[in-house]
Unconditional design. Structure first.
Lengths: 200, 468
């Protein structure tokens, strides 16, 4: 995973709240056994009509949305299913950050593991962003700030370990594997493998 | 020993801390039971292969197939191919991965296969005090037995396969205290829909819910699982119910539950799990169950729900709300009751257990599914199917004109081709009424098995109490 320090991009704004992962990537595309190539199906049922032609009204089909790496959406983005295909589809499409006032737990966790930054903005900045699609925004992970084109800079909260991993391209599996000794000690202490045996 | 009173959640959490969280790092949490299925596991096994890793504790991981599997008997048992090629490939890949990494798999034709959240408890794999994870958000179901159970993504599936651990920040706790008796015709499904309607689809975000109180204690295990199952629809990380005599009676004698002396030891441990008197929750709310009616959703998330006698609320100026109603073909101020329906689905990890099928059958006995209505009854597991058939429930469904299928997730998310046609209205006992969830343009009305069955008989959304 490539390190994430500063992201400067125009925003695409999705005027919806409680956007669930079934909208981000419908279930019929989950039969894949790889992580790649899902960007073309991102928001498929909003983005294309019944014949597969692009829906001119949908934000991502407007010319000004091309190349936007920051998606701004209403409250509670990414609710519903645990499918990691949702951040896979968003990153494959080209998004590097999602800005909302609340982001669902599992989606947020999945996003952080795929270099997609979940930004919980304060309600005032968020409302401004929702009203100004295409705004040129800078997200700085060093200072955990969001800078609006008005020049206003606001802090956002990010769990310190998630920030550390994003900024340094740290792979969390490597971090866990390095805890081998502690895990082994836990297993011996609790007899997790023997005592918790499920073979009956 | 710490003497401060603890919640059920805190006890289970602390017992699984390989390393406690610090301000810089999340906790390393040990996982006792890892359930996997065909849809969210392939990419995790790919990572193991790429990095030359094995499964650390294969005996703590358990696999089945449910999401993309067919429910037509001839496709499951008759040698007819799985219609969707990509689904067939996923099923084969799970078989190959489980064989290669030594993970036990209940495959497509296994007698104990079923929806992962139905078979975990049914086999006795799910037990009080365990940490249970699965690459599926409805893993919250298992909390009904006093386990800490939550859904994870595929990267985390890989973490558990390789290390039997997860990196987790400790969630906050929310107590939902439920008092009063559910009226006849009002079920656990109506209770959880009412709770989601009250706290909203993000009301539980960042929290583990403990459902408490006399109403919860009076529920059977199937009903408790229905409640915990939909915790994720309120945004919660997990839902839990303290284990009690109902839990122990349910687990006793199940194939993978402890037996003999091990059972006595386990039972002694389990009895120490319930929340201590005086333990503090970060938030608490109270619900009066005696005031509830059968509930039905009217919009495109489970929080858009009303009592069946009520009308759709007015939200002038709310464009998102208006768009949701437009998708559903509804207007504010009208009732959902009496809406003609095209499809009725009874099944899913929410309502695919034996008591759910009994509920549906109780209203279908001696009646017919209304002309023009397609009704699918899909048991949650092959064991549920056998039990239902032993009671003759399948005869009631078939005589009424419903279809009786093999187990699986089926029309809850339509991955296997069991779909609601575009624009049609489906009364569904599943968990999500999201746009397109049951098929492109499908209009889902979430309700209990009783309401689903009553609506099938009348061909319109019907208060089940009218038929009781």
């Amino acid at each position: 995973m490539s390190p994430f320090k500063i992201l400067r991009s125009r925003t695409a704004v999705l005027p919806a709240r409680d956007v669930d992962t079934d909208q981000i990537i419908p279930a019929r595309f989950l039969t894949t056994t790889t992580r790649s190539g899902l960007g073309v199906h991102l928001f498929a049922d909003w983005r294309y009509d019944g014949d597969g032609a692009p829906n001119a009204d949908f934000v991502l089909n407007r010319p000004e949305a091309k190349g936007c790496a920051i998606l701004v959406a209403g409250n509670n983005f990414g609710c519903g299913s645990s499918r990691e295909h949702a951040p896979w589809a968003l990153t494959d499409y080209g998004f590097r950050a999602v800005v909302s006032t609340q982001i669902a737990d599992i989606f947020r966790s999945n996003s952080l593991k795929n270099g997609l930054l979940p930004v919980i903005a304060d309600p005032v900045s968020h409302a401004w962003l929702m009203e100004h699609p295409g705004a040129d925004v800078t997200i700085d992970l060093e200072t955990t700030t969001l800078t609006l084109p008005t020049g206003q800079t606001v802090r956002f909260l990010l769990e310190p370990f998630a920030r550390y991993c994003l900024m340094n391209g740290v792979d969390q599996l490597g971090f866990l594997l390095a805890r081998e000794q502690q895990i082994g000690e836990y297993e011996r202490r609790t007899a997790a493998v023997g005592g918790g045996a499920i073979r009956g | 020993m710490s003497s401060a009173p603890q919640t059920l959640f805190e006890k289970v959490w602390r017992r699984h801390e390989v390393a406690a969280e610090t301000s810089d790092t999340p906790a390393v949490l040990y996982i006792d039971l890892h359930l996997i299925h065909e849809v969210t596991s392939p990419q995790a096994f790919t990572v193991l292969r790429e990095r030359g890793l094995g499964v650390r504790r294969p005996q703590l991981t358990f696999a089945t197939m449910d999401h993309s599997t067919p429910t037509r008997t001839e496709q499951v048992f008759g040698g007819a191919p799985i219609a969707i090629e990509a689904a067939a490939r996923q099923v084969r890949e799970l078989e190959v991965n489980c064989a290669a990494f030594g993970v036990e798999l209940l495959g497509l034709r296994h007698a104990r296969r079923g929806i992962v959240h139905i078979i975990g408890p049914e086999l006795g794999l799910t037990q009080p005090g365990k940490t249970v994870v699965c690459g599926d958000s409805h893993t919250s179901t298992h909390g009904a037995l006093g386990a800490l159970a939550f859904g994870i993504g595929t990267t985390e599936v890989g973490h558990v396969l390789a290390t039997q651990c997860l990196l987790q920040r400790k969630p906050r706790t929310l107590a939902i205290n439920v008092s009063g008796r559910l009226a006849a015709g009002v079920t656990a499904k109506d209770l959880i829909l009412a709770i989601i309607g009250r706290i909203g689809v993000s009301g539980g975000t960042g929290h583990v819910i403990e459902y408490r109180g006399e109403t919860i204690a009076a529920l059977g295990m199937d009903e408790r699982m229905t409640v915990c199952n939909m915790s994720i629809e309120a945004g919660a990380r997990a839902g839990m119910i303290a284990p009690d005599e109902t839990t122990y009676a349910y687990l006793a004698g199940r194939p993978r539950a402890p037996q003999g002396e091990a059972w006595d030891q386990a039972l002694a441990e389990w009895r120490r799990l319930p929340t201590d008197a005086g333990a503090r929750f970060d938030q608490e709310i109270a619900i009066d169950a005696s005031a509830l009616e059968p509930m039905v959703t009217y919009g495109t998330n489970p929080g858009m729900v009303i009592p069946i006698s009520a009308s759709i609320p007015q939200r002038p100026g709310d464009a998102v709300f208006a768009k949701s109603l437009a998708y559903m073909g509804f207007e504010p101020g009208r009732r959902v009751a009496e809406q003609p329906v095209n499809v009725v689905f009874v099944g899913s990890c929410t309502n695919g257990r034996l008591s759910d099928l009994r509920d549906a059958a109780s209203l279908l006995r001696g009646r017919k599914v209304a002309p023009g209505v397609q009704m699918l009854v899909v048991p949650g597991s092959q064991e549920v199917k056998r039990e239902a058939e032993a009671e003759g429930l399948h005869r009631i469904f078939l005589d009424a004109g419903a279809q009786w299928r093999e187990s699986g997730c089926s029309m809850c998310l339509g991955m296997n081709g069991d779909l609601v046609p575009k624009g049609q209205y489906a009364v569904s006992t599943s968990n999500r009424n999201f746009e397109g969830r049951q098929g492109i343009g499908a209009r889902t009305l979430l309700a209990s098995p009783l309401t689903a069955a009553a609506s099938a008989v009348r061909g319109r959304v019907t208060d089940p109490r009218e038929l009781m």
